[in-house]
Design a protein around this ligand. Structure first.
Ligand code: NAI
Ligand code: A1CAB
Length: 264
């Protein structure tokens, strides 16, 4: 199996590095191309992958093609490679708003997996939502599953839900980083050093996420375990409710979801 990556920005590089680290494929079976030659040279020296001369030669050498360019570049790239896709090849999209039907209207052959990964994939802690074109066999699905399992967990969902998954798991890391920054800023404001404040805040956030996943308890129940009667935490909870924290988060997720409609 040979994988080609078109676009070596944040996501392309994150997926590439985790696939190599997980030893899913050896670098000699990986082909990459980006219009930025600086990025390609850096990757060649760092990861020993094959640098393709252009997108077409990458597709000729690959069984699976991951399209890791921005949504507005998709059509250009799809038109560039369309005549080189046969029914044995798998195209993996990772862009919000690019439907299977949209890809199929440009490329008549090949199988299409539509996915939404997130940046924690870079450290093997990602989560990817996946949906497939109708012609996918179980064996083909396993190939796509293995790629994204190498960088975290996967959920398979109906295509009509995938842009919602994008907002909830792909955009939300940015909001969580803002939350971590804000907690740490408060800590610094009260006298902690920056490094200690970031460490305390980040671990509190990652540990709390793990508590939800590992205990299976409701987040509200876990919150109640922290808030002792007349204690310190309930005063913070009261303050967050006063400033509309839940409402702000809900609106942010919905705003991200609504933006997707204007991306194609
Ligand atoms: N950053 C994130 O958290 C996530 C991003 N995505 C999606 O992943 C895709 C890539 O996003 P990023 O990596 O953040 O963007 P990026 O801007 O970091 O990377 C895109 C890369 O594509 C290259 N490129 C542009 N035109 C090209 C062409 N014609 N041929 C080959 N390469 C070309 C650029 O030089 C750049 O290196 C986007 O569609 C984005 O919406 C999906 C999930 C999460
Ligand atoms: O905002 C973006 O372009 C990407 C898509 C999904 C998460 N971040």
């Amino acid at each position: 199996m040979r994988i080609g990556f078109i676009g070596m920005g944040n996501m392309g590089t994150a997926l590439l590095k985790t696939i190599i680290n997980a030893k899913l494929l050896s670098p000699k079976n990986i082909f990459v191309y980006d219009i930025s030659h600086d990025k390609l040279n850096k990757l060649k020296n760092e990861l020993y992958v094959n640098i393709s001369a252009n997108n077409k030669s990458l597709v000729e050498n690959s069984d699976i093609i991951i399209l890791a360019v921005k949504p507005n570049i998709y059509d250009t790239v799809l038109r560039e490679i369309k005549d080189l896709i046969d029914n044995n090849k798998i195209i993996i999209t990772i862009a919000p708003g690019i439907s299977i039907e949209h890809v199929r209207n440009i490329i008549s052959k090949g199988k299409i997996a539509r996915t939404i990964p997130n940046t924690p994939a870079l450290i093997g802690e990602g989560i990817t939502a996946i949906t497939y074109s109708n012609d996918f066999s179980e064996e083909n699905k396993k190939i796509v599953q293995d790629i994204f399992k190498s960088c975290g967990e996967i959920v398979e969902i109906d295509e009509k839900l995938i842009d919602i998954a994008m907002a909830v798991s792909s955009c939300s890391p940015a909001f969580v980083y803002m939350f971590i920054e804000a907690i740490a800023d408060a800590g610094v404001s009260l006298g902690l050093t920056r490094d200690i404040a970031y460490k305390l805040a980040s671990k509190a956030v990652s540990g709390s996420g793990s508590m939800v996943l590992k205990t299976g308890m409701h987040p509200g129940q876990l919150k109640d375990m922290v808030t002792s009667p007349a204690g310190t935490t309930i005063q913070g909870v009261r303050t967050l409710e006063k400033y509309g924290m839940r409402s702000a988060v809900i609106e942010a997720i919905i705003a991200s979801y609504e933006k997707v409609k204007s991306l194609k």
